[in-house]
Design a protein around this ligand. Structure first.
Ligand code: NAD
Length: 378
C-alpha cells in the first residue's frame, strides 16, 4: 500500500468503528460539500471521510491557500476522483465565487490562521483570515441557501485562562490571551449571529488538542507533531513549564466523526459543543511515550512558560456532544499515537522538507540550543 492508500484504509477502518447510523450514509450520498482548510491537519482527514460518504455522484470541494504546509505541492491531500482542490483564499471573493458556483449544500469551515503564537506575531492577518474571511464565507453561505455551516471552533482557545474542569459548554471567559483565541470566539459569535438573524443553520464544534496523521511540525504547530519530529532527529524535547501540565489530546479521526455527525443531526443546529477525548495526559508522560517510540535518548530541556500559555490543565466534558449527536471517541491515545508515528515514518522526507523552524525560532523553544540546529543529536 502506498501512503495515500494507507490513509484511506485508516479512515475507512475508523468509520466502521464510529457508531454512524445507516442514515448518515444516505444523508451525505450524492452531495456537494465544501471543506475550507481541507489540506490541513484535520481537513485532510475529513476530506477522505467525506469522499467516501458522498460517493461517486457527490463531490468534495477543498478551498485552501496551502499557507500551513508552506509549499505549492498539496501532498497532504489524498488524490481521490470526487475531490476537487481549489487553491484559493477564504478572503477572496473570486475564490469564494468559484467554489460556491459548484453549489455546495454543507460547508465545513476549517481554514484558519493557526494558531496562538502565529496570531501574536501577525495579529492583523489572524483577524483578516479568522474574522473577515469567516464573515465572507457566512455571507456566501447565506446567499446560496446553504443547509449546514459547520464551524471548527476551539475549546483550547475560547474558554480562556482558568476554566473549571471538566470544561462544560456554558463556561464563558473574557480572559482570552491571544488574538487567535479572540478570533476563534468571534467566529462562534458570528455563526450565532447568522443563525439567529438569517436562520442559517450553523453549528459550533469546539475541538481540543488534535493529533494524528496529517499534521506537519512547525514553529506554530502543536506539541505532538513537534515532539515527534524533534525526537526522530534525536533532539531534546523542550517543556515550557513543569511537565505536570495536562492536555485533552484528541485523535483527529474522532474530531472527524464529530464533524460528520454535527452536520447530520438537526439537534446540533444553533448549538455549540466540545469535541474531545474527555481524558487528560500529562506533558511529562507524553514525553516518555515520544522518546520511547522514537528511541530518543536526549534529555528534556525546561523552558519558561510562555506568557499566553496560562492553562495548567485541560480536560473537556463531552457529555453535551454525546447527548446531541451521539459523539463517542473510539481511538485511545496508545492507538492514535501509534498511527501518528507510522504516518511520520511513512512521510518523513516530505515532512522534513516542509517542517517550518526558521533558525533559532519556535514558539515553544525560542533560544533553546540544540533545537533547530543541525547536528544536535545527543
Ligand atoms: N489542531 C488543533 O488542535 C485544533 C484545536 C482546536 C481548533 N482547531 C481548529 O480546527 C481547524 C483546523 O485546524 P488544523 O489543525 O487542521 O489547522 P491547519 O493549519 O493544519 O489547517 C488549516 C488549513 O487552512 C488553510 N488556510 C489558512 N489560511 C487560509 C486562507 N486564508 N484561505 C484558505 N485556506 C487557508 C491552511 O493552509 C491549512 O491547510 C482550524 O480552524 C483550527 O482553528 C484546531
Amino acid at each position: 500500500m502506498d501512503v495515500h492508500e494507507k490513509r484511506i484504509a485508516l479512515v475507512d477502518d475508523y468509520l466502521d468503528r464510529a457508531y454512524l447510523v445507516d442514515e448518515v450514509a444516505d444523508y451525505y450520498s450524492g452531495r456537494t460539500v465544501l471543506v475550507t482548510g481541507g489540506a490541513g491537519a484535520i481537513g485532510s482527514n475529513l476530506v477522505i471521510a467525506l469522499s467516501g460518504l458522498v460517493g461517486d455522484n457527490g463531490k468534495v470541494l477543498v478551498l485552501d491557500n496551502l499557507s500551513a504546509i508552506k509549499t505549492r505541492d498539496p501532498w497532504n491531500i489524498t488524490p481521490l476522483p470526487n475531490v476537487m482542490f481549489v487553491l484559493g483564499d477564504v478572503r477572496s471573493d473570486v475564490d469564494l465565487k468559484r467554489v460556491f458556483k459548484e453549489e455546495p449544500s454543507i460547508v465545513f469551515h476549517l481554514a484558519a490562521f493557526f494558531a496562538n503564537q502565529n496570531s501574536i506575531d501577525y495579529s492583523e492577518t489572524s483577524a483578516e483570515v479568522d474574522v473577515i474571511g469567516q464573515i465572507k464565507l457566512l455571507e456566501y453561505s447565506k446567499i446560496s441557501g446553504l443547509e449546514k455551516f459547520i464551524y471548527a471552533s476551539s475549546g483550547c482557545a475560547i474558554y480562556g485562562a482558568y476554566p473549571e474542569l471538566p470544561i462544560k459548554e456554558e463556561f464563558i471567559s473574557m480572559h482570552l490571551t491571544t488574538p487567535y483565541q479572540i478570533n476563534k470566539m468571534t467566529g462562534e459569535m458570528y455563526c450565532n449571529f447568522y443563525n439567529h438573524h438569517y436562520g442559517l443553520p450553523t453549528v459550533n464544534c469546539r475541538f481540543f488538542n488534535s493529533y494524528g496523521p496529517g499534521e506537519v511540525p512547525g514553529q506554530y504547530r502543536n506539541v505532538i507533531p513537534n515532539f515527534i519530529y524533534w525526537a526522530m532527529k534525536g533532539y531534546s524535547l523542550p517543556v515550557t513549564g513543569t511537565g505536570e501540565e495536562t492536555r485533552d489530546f484528541t485523535y483527529v479521526l474522532d474530531l472527524v466523526q464529530g464533524l460528520i455527525k454535527a452536520a447530520f443531526y438537526s439537534t446540533a443546529v444553533g448549538e455549540n459543543f466540545n469535541l474531545a477525548s474527555g481524558k487528560e495526559l500529562k506533558i511529562r508522560d507524553l514525553i516518555t511515550k515520544v522518546n520511547e517510540a522514537t528511541d530518543n535518548k536526549a534529555d528534556v530541556v525546561f523552558k519558561e512558560r510562555r506568557k499566553w500559555d496560562t492553562k495548567p490543565r485541560l480536560l473537556a466534558s463531552i457529555d453535551k456532544a454525546r447527548q446531541l449527536i451521539g459523539y463517542e471517541p473510539v481511538v485511545d491515545f496508545e492507538e492514535g499515537f501509534q498511527r501518528n508515528i507510522e504516518w511520520f515514518r511513512d512521510n518523513w522526507e516530505k515532512i522534513e522538507a516542509v517542517a517550518d523552524f526558521p533558525p533559532g525560532m519556535s514558539s515553544a523553544v525560542r533560544g533553546v540550543k540544540g533545537i533547530c540546529s543541525a547536528g544536535a543529536r545527543s
